[in-house]
Design a protein around this ligand. Structure first.
Ligand SMILES: NC(=O)c1ccc[n+]([C@@H]2O[C@H](COP(=O)([O-])OP(=O)(O)OC[C@H]3O[C@@H](n4cnc5c(N)ncnc54)[C@H](OP(=O)(O)O)[C@@H]3O)[C@@H](O)[C@H]2O)c1
Length: 347
């Protein structure tokens, strides 16, 4: 069976990456692409790297244009997806790359986003530990999926094994992330100009204000934490794509080094796309660009009594579009890795 697909936000970074991956998916026909200010223009004008889709024209993003497909991807600024929920009621599978359907807590939504609150959908991070199982079990029967925030899923995947195994304390997490500016989207912003970021590392959303914080707290609570307290600091660095997250948390008293490492080994030992590196090795963003892979390095810092987890992902693949398509494959009963690559592009 071939599934017809509409991708909204197709002129943007997330929509473009969803299209790049779907273009090599044998079970998918990309029928419709939509945008906002650029509607009416050829897709290729905005995504010149997507040569196989040069025949497509960006249409308006309206319920009528999106309806009538087997699958709809929403890749819109947050706050824009919720309005389509009812209108797309007959579409068998809807996947939202935005934040509108990620949070279960209305209070958190109000505190970090504001505007209308929309019901939470199945969270699109298959490898995440949830109540001792994996999130993929929920995704297998999902018809509405919320793809993750890129920073949020990177931190959650980094620490969930240690929390689920009870070897680290989730009430004192520190996460500092080097992030590429594509995570902020394609629209023009002064702080993202080349002259502002080339040759500089720029912190932003410092001091507990970043919107991904409640999403991390939600995911780590689902992994087994009673109370999640996190100091979260992203730093923009001059690389188009990629996240390198350094996450630390205290070691629970009496836990051995072997028990700590075993927590991550048993969580990810059988996973394809989330891999724990051998002891003493740590990932680089350069190793995961273009890949649906999260590479994790684990250190046990006895002097600081903390575990240090360093994780690299491509924000546009494992952080968004790859997670969305991996989740789609699960929901459709297809091989989970279809159209997704474990290999990055280097140098
Ligand atoms: N970038 C990432 O790494 C990343 C990671 C995880 C999740 N996400 C999420 O994915 C979503 C899209 O992000 P992005 O980075 O792709 O942003 P982007 O590059 O700025 O693209 C936004 C897209 O949405 C369209 N759009 C803007 N306003 C709209 C409206 N009112 N109605 C309908 N369409 C509208 C734009 O169309 P025009 O160009 O025609 O105006 C464009 O196609 C966001 O919710 C973001 O949080 C992004």
């Amino acid at each position: 069976m071939t599934y017809s697909v509409a991708v909204s936000g197709a002129s943007g970074y997330a929509g473009g990456e969803i299209l790049r991956l779907l273009a090599s998916h044998p079970d998918i026909e990309i029928r419709t692409v939509t945008a906002h200010s650029n509607a009416g223009q050829p897709l290729i004008q905005h995504q010149p790297h997507l040569r196989s889709l040069a025949h497509l024209t960006l249409q308006d993003t309206t319920p009528n244009i999106l309806a009538g497909h087997d699958i709809v991807f929403l890749a819109l600024p947050h706050g824009q997806s919720g309005q389509y929920t009812v209108a797309l009621g007959d579409v068998p599978l809807v996947i939202d790359a935005g934040a509108d359907h990620r949070l279960t807590s209305r209070d958190s939504w109000d505190a970090f986003y504001g505007g209308d609150f929309h019901e939470p959908w199945a969270y699109g991070v298959p490898e995440l530990l949830v109540d001792g199982a994996k999130q993929r079990e929920t995704l297998r029967s999902a018809s509405r999926i919320a793809a993750p925030g890129c920073n949020a899923s990177t931190v959650s995947l980094s620490l969930a094994p240690g929390i689920a195994a009870g070897v680290i304390d989730p009430s004192d997490i520190v996460a500092v992330l080097a992030v590429g500016p594509s995570g902020a989207g394609k629209s023009l912003k002064t702080n993202l100009l080349a002259s502002e970021i080339l040759g500089s590392a720029n912190p932003y959303a410092v001091g507990g204000t970043h919107r991904h914080i409640p999403e991390i707290q939600q995911a780590l609570s689902a992994a087994g934490a009673d109370e999640v307290r996190i100091s979260f600091t992203p730093v923009l660095v001059p690389m188009a794509r990629g996240i390198l997250a350094t996450c630390t948390a205290p070691i629970i008293e009496g836990v051995t080094d072997a028990e700590i490492r075993a927590a991550w080994e048993s969580a990810y030992g059988d996973e394809t796309f989330v891999q724990l590196l051998p002891e003493g090795q740590f990932p680089r963003t350069a190793d995961v660009i273009g890949a649906n892979t999260a590479l994790i390095g684990l250190a046990i810092d006895r002097a600081a009594n903390r575990v240090t987890v360093v994780t690299a992902v491509d924000n546009l693949v494992k952080g968004t579009a790859g997670a969305a398509i991996q989740s789609m494959n699960l929901a459709l009963g297809l091989p989970e890795d279809r159209a997704l690559s474990l290999n990055g592009v280097a140098p």
